[in-house]
Design a protein around this ligand. Sequence first.
Ligand code: PMP
Length: 415
Amino acid sequence: SEGISQPDAPVQAEGNATDLFSKFDSLIQQREALLANGVEDPFSLVMEKVLSPTRAVCNGRDTILLGTYNYMGMTFDPDVIAAGKQALDDFGSGTTGSRVLNGTYGGHRDCEQALREFYDMDHAMVFSTGYQANLGIISTVAGKGDYVVLDIDSHASIYDGCALGNAEIVAFRHNDIDSLDKRLGRIPEGAGKLVVLEGVYSMLGDVAPLKDMIAVCKKHGAMVLVDEAHSMGFIGPNGRGVAEEQGVIDDVDFIIGTFSKSVGTVGGFCVSNHPKFEILRLVCRPYVFTASLPPSVVATAATSIRKLMQGTEKRAHLWENSKRLHGGLKALGFQLGTEEPQSAIVAVIMPDLERGAAMWEALLKEGLYVNLARPPATPANMTLLRCSLCAEHTAEEVETILGMFERAGKAVGII
Ligand code: PMP
């Protein structure tokens, strides 16, 4: 049966029932056991100096970055940096207020204008993070008596948006059109329905069959939200995402995105053509009850978004990188998250957490940083080494990376 995959429910440990931290005991023990083997803690690495979108100094060593969401390499773009510096000088370091009070500067409006241009849509609303964009839009749009229908492998921010609202939650099997159809068919006649999908699922890097799924949503009269966090700037002729690539962007009611990936800074947004969209600014709690982004951040975001509109060549190179890495790792005998490369994420499946952590450390010693991902973030209890490519990785760097994987994989006994 399809339950809703929430992070592991904390098990009440025996013993000290008054210590509210006892619920974390099993996690503390698991972590201590892992570190007792002498491996470096994969979740507390420090970037001592960042040299470029693809290089940093970690543990004193020049390291290739293959585990960032810097897909389009915008973090060191000279125009982006100049815009941020100028905004710091002109507007100061922060707004110290909510978007609906003193926290809307010209830069916030300009950033929303850049998003409307990028997506060719009527409305854009900028949030302080992508996490808050999902939290806010889902919880505000789908209220009591409404239904949210979501993919079981949805991002935590989507689940948390559901938890914040009062809607009924129904999950369907990952990327399964029939399962979506059945779940929608069982919802009472006349009830409000919001289907939440992602363009690229970030753990395995697989793409959703949005065209067919959205047709099913329309058949049932459901509104559709697509989180395009991992496709913005890269997938689709204008980098608008998987919905654009599959020709169904006009059928999507809300696109959620983030500035923390291709845009190269921090922040989140929702774009829409819904005629009543603007009312959300007054009723969406994660928009109203938090401080707005600093002027330097919205200035860098707006500059970056406008540059991404001219990103055709970079997009083509990023696809080459993804294909080269995916093909190379497959040829070395690694088990990958998808048969063919579908996005800028290539997930390498590890046999277990211990060997995953050992492999992660071996790669770091080679001078390569990747993301170690483990349950509950991953589907089916998998341990993954997630590689995410950047348009600034050179073809030679990808070859170097493959050599590192080969040596580390042999040393740890995975290939
Ligand atoms: N949606 C998805 C699918 C994500 O992967 C993420 C972040 N990894 C977010 C939303 C949240 O984005 P942000 O980092 O801007 O909070």
